[in-house]
Design a protein around this ligand. Structure first.
Ligand code: DGY
Length: 319
């Protein structure tokens, strides 16, 4: 009998074959999130867990799994895992840093351009038969990234990759990081100054208790009229209700890839607003990047299951 690994994220057959050659598997094959009761039942006898951002691995889930010895997540974000409880239990957590930096930075730029140049709205206009008049100087105007001051919140690898791209566009780049960090071409400023000064604010910090609602009502209210908020990090960093108020009044614009609740509920007021571009958590969603993330997660899983520290393991001290 091999050790049992629970897989909570749908994976291609060739990947499942590789896993099945080493472990007994219990695989969640639905596109919906695995319900907590099912996860708790499946994980009870398991030694390993392969998951991603849609699977909350809470303390109570881990308490249902007395023999669990490895958690591998196909993500760079680990806010869905109670990492301090895992550390207390001595369960290593493997994640997938670095390889999704460029794809996620591209997505942030894609949203900035989609909002500044109103791409989805323009596409809809044509499809709905609304392009009736000829070319005119005042038709469907947007704003330029080359003339914009862009504030980057979080100057880790993704924030830095966004700043590099923005320099190519000719934007002025302001930056803020919890521990001040020098980045070429980025003017470091206080967080509140960044909100006041930027035409575009883009969020690239991790979701932690300290960054919960970092983008709060007061900071949103301090943004200039017409300014844009881009979020490809985590929904929990932004006070979504406060953002919806600002967007509903038409004062701000936004490009959002992540939300407080995912999947975004169909009845979210966001879906009715023209001044926001929405994408369904696609930051790392290119074929090559997703493949690399899966490969890295498998390597983490195999190493951890063999009783060694995973090559891309989180360093969390047990408190
Ligand atoms: C991550 O890796 O944390 C992303 O949000 C999912 O691609």
């Amino acid at each position: 009998m091999s050790e049992l690994v629970v897989v909570t994220v749908p994976l291609p057959d060739d990947v499942l074959d590789v896993l099945a050659a080493k472990f007994d598997l219990q695989v969640w094959r639905e596109s919906s999130q695995i319900p907590e009761e099912v996860l708790k039942e499946w994980i009870a006898p398991a030694r390993g867990l392969l998951c991603s951002v849609g699977t909350p691995v809470t303390r109570s889930v881990m308490e249902s799994a007395p023999a669990l010895k490895m958690i591998s997540t196909i993500s760079v974000g680990v806010d869905h895992i109670d990492v301090s409880h895992a550390a207390k239990r001595g369960i290593p957590v493997g994640y997938t840093p670095d390889i999704l930096v460029d794809s996620t930075a591209d997505m942030a730029l894609a949203l900035m351009l989609a909002v500044t140049r109103r791409v989805p709205e323009a596409d809809q206009l044509i499809r709905n038969g609304g392009w009736q008049a000829g070319w005119s100087t005042g038709f469907f105007l947007g704003t330029d990234l080359s003339r914009a001051t862009v504030g980057v919140i979080g100057l880790g690898p993704i924030g830095q990759a966004v700043a590099r791209r923005l320099r190519g566009f000719g934007s002025r780049v302001l930056g803020w990081n919890r521990t001040p960090r020098k980045v070429e071409g980025v003017e470091l400023v206080e967080l509140d100054t960044l909100f006041l000064a930027a035409d575009v604010v883009t969020v690239h910090t991790a979701a932690t208790p300290e960054t919960h609602h970092l983008v709060n009502a007061q900071r949103l209210a301090s943004m200039q009229d017409g300014a844009i908020l881009i979020n490809t990090a985590r929904g929990a960093i932004v006070d979504e209700s406060a953002l919806i108020s600002e967007l509903s009044s038409g004062r701000l614009r936004a490009g959002l890839d992540v939300f407080a609740d995912e999947p975004l509920p169909q009845d979210s007021p966001l879906t009715h607003l023209k001044n926001v571009v929405l994408t369904p958590h696609l930051g790392s969603a290119t074929a090559a990047t997703r493949r690399a993330m899966v490969e890295r997660a498998l390597e983490n899983l195999f190493t951890g299951m063999a009783g060694h520290p995973p090559p891309w393991g989180l360093e969390v001290s047990a408190q």
